[in-house]
Ligand binder design. Sequence first.
Ligand SMILES: [Fe+2]
Length: 151
Amino acid sequence: MNRRKAFVVKAIEQPLSTLRNHHDVVGLTRQLFCSRLLDKRAPFHVAVHNFDGKLINRVPGEFHYTEPHAHDVWELDLVVPSSRNFLFQFEVDGEVRFIKTASTLLVPPGVEHRMEVVRGTGMMLCIVCSGSYARSLMNRFPNRSGKPRRR
Ligand SMILES: [Fe+2]
């Protein structure tokens, strides 16, 4: 394989529920842009979550479609609001924080996290620094006390 040769990977629609620890929800569509599932040469997992504003009955601090998990590589999440009422939340090591403006969330390897839109329209671009999302998931990762635990 010529590692210096550029290549194109065509995106597909893929339900969120195809990922472990994630569930489908009204108001969210997902496109998988890059992954070893699409091309075995892919060095990254890249997906876009589109939020159409139809998510209802959302309470800040409550999570509905992602469960805490950790990767053995970095994860970057570019949060891109497109409405004034946009609110995005993430939980890292048990602490919930909120994003209202265009931002990048950077999650180091081994850090427990989850993130969801609360309200508004926009998108999140998720980059996991591994071609295989599934293989990047850690079965055991440190909890808030620093001790490993089993999921
Ligand atoms: Fe993640």
